[in-house]
Design a protein around this ligand. Structure first.
Ligand code: AMP
Length: 281
């Protein structure tokens, strides 16, 4: 597995491979890898010949400087995981490599109305930062396909909108959510959960599961109300939103008959903010 600190060395590595017709996949990550990330690598291997994983904790997508500061960075562990997953190369640039100019901070594109809903409401400017860095990574790798996790449901939508905006010839593949045995969605932030928080965090999966399981029995209003009751009286758990939304627009579902429906949740568990979702149909 090759390790690249600069875009130029990665480009030089990829050039002959592209010329010989190899299909390239990009798996963007912020590191602190877990089996969710590895599932993206594995799915990439089914869709391409050469798999490039990027590890970069992107400052422009953090709204809370403390969150950025405490983001875990276990680099040796990450490289060992990628090596054993059969990843072809890792791009590990520093901040200057990705943001050489101040002008970069002026990035702003139209991502549609959904940018401002849900996560966009709680993390202002988050998806501008996400699309800014993903565009830079796309420019560096020029992949045929790129893998993103359904775990970050809104992010996939924003990336697809960015691809449409620039008319990029890149296929976006969405990977299912990988969970711990007890149902908690894997996340790099889970290590910040105390033992009590870890137990309380199961409420996200449980409330989503309830809505999917009982979808036919109740109205949309009843489902949301019942899901929210799960969060009442759990010490240290604060619900940001629980919504049943249209999967294309992220607007609250107007009718149970809509085609793509997804339940999405965000909650603070202790000092850790967690998100999760389940596709209803
Ligand atoms: P991150 O390092 O958190 O930015 O995540 C990198 C990629 O891994 C994103 O596309 C995430 O959606 C995806 N991902 C994170 N957690 C999971 C999970 N539990 N299952 C599947 N994909 C995930």
């Amino acid at each position: 597995m090759e390790i690249f600190k600069t875009k130029a060395t990665l480009k030089a590595f990829l050039k002959p491979l592209k010329e010989s017709g190899k299909k390239i996949a990009l798996v963007p990550t912020m590191g602190a890898l877990h089996n969710g990330h590895i599932s993206l690598i594995k799915l990439a291997q089914q869709n391409a010949d050469i798999i490039i994983c990027s590890i970069f904790v992107n400052p422009t997508q953090f709204t809370d400087p403390k969150d950025l500061e405490k983001y875990p960075r276990p680099i040796e562990h990450d490289l060992a995981m990628l090596e054993s997953a059969g990843c072809s190369g890792v791009l590990m640039p520093n901040v200057e490599e990705m943001y050489p100019l101040d002008e970069d901070e002026n990035w702003h594109i139209n991502l549609g109305k959904a940018e401002f809903l849900l996560e966009g409401e709680f993390r202002k400017g988050h998806y501008q930062g996400v699309t800014q860095i993903v565009k830079k990574l796309f420019d560096a790798v020029e992949p045929d396909v790129a893998m993103f996790g359904q775990k970050d449901f809104q992010q996939v939508l924003m990336i697809k909108n960015m691809v449409k905006y620039f008319d990029l010839p890149i296929q976006i593949i969405t990977c299912p959510i990988i969970r711990e045995d007890d149902g908690l969605a894997m996340s790099s932030r889970n290590i910040h959960l105390s033992a009590a928080d870890r137990q309380h965090s199961l409420v996200l999966n449980e409330s989503l599961h309830f809505v999917v399981k009982h979808f036919d029995e109740y109205s949309l209003e009843e489902l949301e109300a019942k899901a929210k009751i799960f969060y009442k009286d759990i010490e240290g758990v604060e619900l940001d939103y629980f919504t049943i939304a249209n999967g294309n627009t992220l607007e609250p579902a107007a009718s149970k008959d809509e085609e793509n429906l997804v339940a999405l949740v965000a909650a603070k568990v202790g000092s850790t903010r967690l998100i999760d979702n389940m596709i209803i149909k």
